[in-house]
Ligand binder design. Structure first.
Ligand code: GLY
Ligand code: MN
Length: 457
């Protein structure tokens, strides 16, 4: 946990920004996996963590701006709970650690909110993303399930604050990134033909947990890197395969790392793999060099798309005018996702608050295949932490579908693409802090070029 002054200062900024009303913070509860007492890994809501620091189920909090009051709602542990869970600080003591003096039982929350509304106060809440949040909003505020979009001023104020990482947050994020890099370096060293994907995934999880935290998202460890969020780990790795790993650690305080690497099952890349790898490297390098305050991240994304098209044209996989191929979306055959996203207490930071507010400053978003997956488009600011993760993929189903539809015939060389079916995909990913003048990589460097990867094999 940070000092109580940190949490107090964060709440003070938020109060000033919103000006009046009540801000409601819904904590996360335990969730049964296959029965009530056998739960998924517990994870507190990130906004609750940001303003109130406490990671425990069955807590909620309000900031009553009009009456200058901050209250954590929750119940002290019963003797039965202490028998099962051991000695714990009281909720009152925990609240004091984050600078909150008033603790009330959870049962008092509903009446508190109803009284406030009766007195004409506005209760602001954030968009719910768990069924338990939805039920609470229905039960406590009577808001029907279909009308729980959340308060835009509250969303915007939280996004503005959480987007700019402080020095103490950067220390935590960098710790997560260092552990994440260790996970990737270990995987690059251990992979051999004949192994199962889950052997690699399992070894990485041990590194994240062994460093005192956990995973920041479910690991992608696959010989089918062309499937973007592939969580299946049951394949046997064979000579000639490319292995794509996208994995990250979360620190005990909840800050995330997120990196990707791609390496051969053998000790060296094949010539075909190396050619595509070098295109990915060029996209990656150009993106990193472009990072600075003021540049819209959409512009950096378009830059990487142009480099992809130029590289693929040189290999006879694309043709035509590069700018047209980017504008019309033909590149998305090979690069169907975004360049990166914000990262912090969530691996896709604040995604539950809405991509439009986090990545687009409230402006509308493209619906075009490929471009619509760019989660961050706005101008970069010092203090932003984001990922850089361009990739090149060969997706047989997409090739067949677009070919049958005669799509982008001016740009795509379908006959040549046939020889890449079964190639998989290549993505490398690093995490960067935007500084006053440019950007700084967070965490140890992972191998990114074919030579660097081969040196570890
Ligand atoms: N690391 C997974 C993702 O960025 O979607
Ligand atoms: Mn990522």
């Amino acid at each position: 946990m940070f000092s109580k002054e940190t949490y107090q200062a964060r709440r003070d900024v938020l109060k000033k920004q919103i000006g009046s009303g009540i801000l409601l913070f819904l904590g996360n509860d335990e969730m049964g996996l296959n029965y009530a007492d056998n739960c998924f890994r517990y994870r507190q809501d990130s906004t609750f963590l940001y303003y109130f620091g406490l990671s425990a189920p069955e807590l909620s909090a309000i900031i009553d701006i009009d009456n200058d009051q901050e209250i954590i709602f929750g119940d002290e542990l019963s003797i039965d709970a202490i028998v099962w869970m051991g000695t714990q600080p009281t909720l009152k003591e925990k609240a004091e650690q984050v600078g909150v003096q008033t603790v009330l039982p959870l049962s008092a929350l509903s009446d508190t909110l109803k009284r406030a509304e009766a007195q004409g106060q506005t209760v602001h809440f954030l968009p719910p993303y768990r069924p338990e949040h939805r039920i609470k909003l229905l039960e406590w505020l009577g808001i029907p399930l279909g009308k729980q979009e959340g308060s835009i001023p509250f969303i915007r104020a939280v996004v503005a604050q959480r987007s700019i990482k402080t020095d103490e947050e950067i220390v935590e994020i960098e710790r997560a990134c260092d552990i994440t890099a260790d996970m990737h370096i270990a995987a690059i060293r251990m992979l051999r033909p004949g192994m199962k994907e889950y052997e690699v995934a399992g070894a990485l999880e041990a590194i994240a947990i062994g460093a005192g935290g956990d995973l920041s998202f479910p690991t992608i460890a696959t010989i089918n890197g062309q499937t973007l969020h592939n969580h299946y780990h049951g394949n046997t790795v064979r000579s000639g395969d490319l292995f794509l790993l996208d994995a990250g650690a979360e620190t005990a305080m909840g800050y995330a790392g997120d990196m990707s690497s791609t390496f051969p099952a053998d000790t060296t890349f094949t010539p075909q793999q190396r050619e595509i790898y070098l295109i990915q490297n060029a996209m990656h390098r150009a993106a990193v060099e472009a990072l600075r305050p003021g540049i819209p991240y959409m512009e950096v994304y378009e830059l990487t798309a142009r480099i992809a098209v130029d590289g693929l044209k040189a290999l006879g996989l694309m043709k035509g005018n590069t700018d047209d191929a980017v504008r019309e979306g033909a590149y998305a055959m090979f690069y169907p996702h975004g360049l990166g996203h914000m990262m912090g207490l969530d691996v896709h930071d604040m995604e539950n608050l809405g991509e439009i507010w986090v990545g687009y400053d409230g402006k509308p978003k493209s619906t075009m295949f490929g471009r619509k997956s760019q989660r961050l488009a706005r101008e970069l600011e010092p203090g932003f932490v984001l990922t850089v993760e361009p990739g090149i993929y060969f997706i047989p189903e997409l090739m067949d579908k677009w070919r049958a539809e005669k799509k982008h015939l001016d740009f795509l060389c379908y006959d040549r693409m046939e020889t890449y079916k079964g190639f998989g995909g290549i993505r490398n990913e690093e995490d960067y802090l935007i500084t006053a003048t440019g950007a700084r990589r967070l965490g140890k460097r992972i191998p990114l070029t074919p030579e660097e990867v081969e040196a570890l094999r």
